[in-house]
Design a protein around this ligand. Structure first.
Ligand code: HGY
Ligand code: MN
Ligand code: MN
Length: 403
């Protein structure tokens, strides 16, 4: 709890956590994590994708490592537990083993992934996708809203875009990846169940929708002679919501960002850029949602004489969790007298990238009132300790496999 509170003060503001990837607060948070890793006896390195990797060798050389991790970047005005609990909980496990002079058979790696949230470049799970070898070409040339390239930002956190392929780990490097995370939803808290064993992580399609109308004088332009980009954008926002609610084409649809130009109260908006994301565990439902949105935009172009561009920024496949690790997490929880339930994750996680190269398992602990990506995000000390203990005992069970 002490390390969570200390990290929770790095990048804290009255509106919540502002420790966005590549900001000075992110750099400071990474320094703190590195100090804790070193104190726990981990050998620390930063890979070309900026991922912080702490490693301690095991008793038996040549065995593949067990990895534990998550991320420490936050969304704007976010909470103190999303990601942080998983990284600090993992360090706590290694620290506890060291305090009790327990050396595992296998090496252990603690991972703090770069830019999991993807807020600035609209490309999430960045560090874990680099480690899994699933970055796409646009991921290497992305430019943020200040016109700075991802390559330049990576330098600020010790990365090197020219060598980013070296961040890739091969299948077999790791024997398992475990991630402790807050649920970020209401299920565990409402049911009063302390541990969630994740079954699968949702898929997601991220889009940019640009509506180009015509900026004109708000006072002199007749209502019948306007191409108001924000008015048309409001119809698209309504459509995104309806695709997921009334039409039930996919599980959720959200417009989280809207950039209005020229953004002046006395100018009819000439252009609006919207972020759109759809999520569902079924990829074909995501493609169907995009197809439906494209149809609605084409109709608006015909009716309203607008230019509307829909560009796909990224598709993230859903990932099933390993049955082997689900059983280990389940047994570790029950062994600690902690009830569990199995549930899917509506949030995305680095574990879904790591599923490309190793078995993955996720441990959820309750989020009070299911709130997350908000300064109101809270998990109580007992929940955090339960999660860390299940993580530690799952780690030991994996290490004891094959005996
Ligand atoms: O957006 C998400 O689902 C995660 O918090 N990155
Ligand atoms: Mn998040
Ligand atoms: Mn997270």
């Amino acid at each position: 709890m002490k390390t969570l509170e200390t990290l929770g003060r790095i990048g804290e503001s009255p509106e919540g956590m502002q420790r966005l990837a590549f900001t000075p607060a992110d750099v400071e948070g990474r320094k703190y994590v590195t100090t804790l890793m070193t104190r726990a006896g981990l050998e620390v390195r930063v890979d070309p994708a900026g991922n912080i990797i702490g490693r301690v060798e095991g008793k038996e050389p040549g065995l593949s490592a067990i990895a534990l991790g998550s991320h420490t970047d936050t969304v704007p005005s976010g909470g103190k537990y999303d990601g942080a609990l998983g990284v600090l909980g993992a360090i706590e496990c290694v620290q506890s083993l060291r305090d009790q002079s327990i050396t595992t058979r296998r090496p252990i790696e603690v991972l703090d992934f770069t830019n999991e949230e993807g807020t600035r470049f609209r490309r999430w799970l960045y560090g874990s996708r680099a480690m899994a070898g699933v970055l796409e070409s646009d991921d290497l040339t992305a430019v943020d809203d200040e016109g700075v390239t991802i390559g330049r930002r990576l330098e600020d956190v010790g990365g090197d875009i020219s060598r980013i392929q070296e961040a890739r780990r091969q299948k077999g490097d790791l024997c398992a990846y475990l991630e402790l995370h807050i649920e970020q939803g209401p299920v565990l808290h409402q049911a009063g169940i302390p541990i969630g064993v994740v079954t699968a992580i949702t898929g997601r399609i991220a889009l940019e929708v640009s509506i180009i109308g015509f900026a004109n004088h708000a006072g002199t332009t007749p209502m019948t002679n306007r191409r108001d980009a924000l008015l048309t954008a409001s119809r698209i926002i309504q459509a995104v919501n309806s695709i997921a609610t009334h039409e039930e084409i996919c599980r959720v649809g959200t417009v989280g960002m809207a950039k209005v130009s020229p953004n002046a109260e006395n100018v009819i908006p000439g252009r609006v850029d919207l972020s759109v994301e759809f999520r569902d565990v079924e990829l074909d439902r995501l493609h169907e949602a995009v197809h439906r949105l494209n149809g609605i935009c084409q109709q608006l172009v015909l009716d309203k004489d607008f230019e509307i561009k829909v560009s796909e920024l990224g598709v993230t496949k859903s990932a099933p969790m390993s049955p082997r690790l689900r059983e280990i997490i389940e047994k570790a929880s029950l062994g600690l007298g902690l009830n569990t339930t199995s549930l899917p994750s509506g949030a995305g996680h680095d574990a879904q990238s790591m599923a490309e190269i190793t078995d993955v398992g996720m441990i959820f602990v309750p989020s009070v009132d299911g709130i997350s990506h908000s300064p109101k995000e809270y998990s109580d000390p007992e929940a955090c300790a339960n999660g860390a203990n299940v993580l530690l005992n799952s780690l030991l069970a994996i290490d004891g496999e094959g005996d």
